[in-house]
Ligand binder design. Structure first.
Ligand SMILES: Nc1ncnc2c1ncn2[C@@H]1O[C@H](COP(=O)(O)OP(=O)(O)OP(=O)(O)O)[C@@H](O)[C@H]1O
Length: 266
């Protein structure tokens, strides 16, 4: 596939396949085209050249609603409405509370919601202001999971979540029946290491693909990026400001430690 914004190519002849049941990490320098690739996979945009195939079917030719019922996309910035937790998870979908709780459990935020005065009926405030950034991200993840998508694409969607919690969530997703396939645009070493398959994107091309060990061995760009995440302070976007990878390769956003993350609703 190829894709251009306003005539300027950002993805060039990218070919990528994700095996059903696999967890794939998309890694690459900033501006390399990871988010563009992620949005193409869920058909938020269509490629200028080439096609996205879902179970061998050209996504352009699927019936309206067919893609939306099979895939879910969670962006970095969780958009919550001034509504209840339940309303934000379901967005009009008709599901029992048990399904909402199940999705909240999978997103590792059920315990937070249980402690809110009105639980599922608790108001999250304008843009989810009553919750921390990491909690908002997990509610947005629950919103995706309650739809039981076959393909889940996370575009840095857990950047404000404590790294241990993020690992727990991803481990759960990997082993669950649905979503069967998870694609995650990832920055943290621990997240990347959880993936079965890693795709290294550089300047709009898939430069390398393979396991973490294989890429460390044969891809200089990947090696230096992972090393930079491990050892340096790699500034990048978060809801609250700039995050940095600490010496353990864990992204932190200022005060967004686990305690701060959980503390907002206390
Ligand atoms: N809506 C847009 N309009 C014009 N150019 C865009 C748009 N979105 C992205 N771009 C450009 O396309 C290129 C790839 O962007 P993309 O967001 O896909 O990269 P990325 O690897 O996800 O970056 P990051 O790690 O910083 O999120 C960048 O040069 C970016 O400036």
């Amino acid at each position: 596939m190829s894709y251009a914004y306003n005539g300027s190519d950002v993805l060039h002849d990218v070919t990528l396949s994700t095996g059903v049941g696999s967890t794939v990490a998309v890694v690459g320098p900033t501006g390399s085209g990871k988010s563009t690739l992620a949005t193409l996979m869920v058909r938020l945009i269509d490629p200028d050249r080439g096609d996205v195939l879902m179970n061998g079917m050209n996504a352009r030719h699927l019936r309206p609603g067919e893609v939306a019922s099979a895939v879910a996309f969670v962006p970095q910035e969780a958009l919550l409405f001034d509504d209840t937790v339940r309303g934000n998870v379901l967005l009009g979908l008709d599901r029992e509370d048990a399904a909402v709780w199940e999705a909240l459990e999978a997103a590792d935020v059920a315990h937070v919601v249980r402690e809110l005065p009105d639980a599922l009926d608790a108001q999250v405030g304008e843009r989810g202001a009553n919750l921390s950034g990491g909690q908002r991200q997990r509610i947005a993840l629950a919103r995706a999971l309650v739809r039981r998508p076959r393909l889940l694409v996370l575009d840095d969607a857990t950047s404000s979540v404590d790294p241990e919690v993020e690992s727990r969530i991803l481990n759960r997703l990997r082993t669950s029946e649905l979503p069967s396939t998870v694609v995650v645009v990832a920055y943290r070493r621990a997240t990347i290491a959880l993936a079965d398959h890693i795709v290294y994107v550089d300047r709009g091309r898939v430069a390398e693909a393979g396991s973490h060990a294989e890429l460390l061995d044969r891809c200089t760009g990947y090696r230096s990026l992972v090393t930079a995440y491990e050892g340096g302070r790699t500034g990048r976007r978060t809801e609250g400001g700039v995050a940095a990878e600490d010496t353990n390769g864990d992204a932190r956003s200022g005060a967004s430690t686990a305690e701060a993350d959980e503390g907002r609703t206390a």
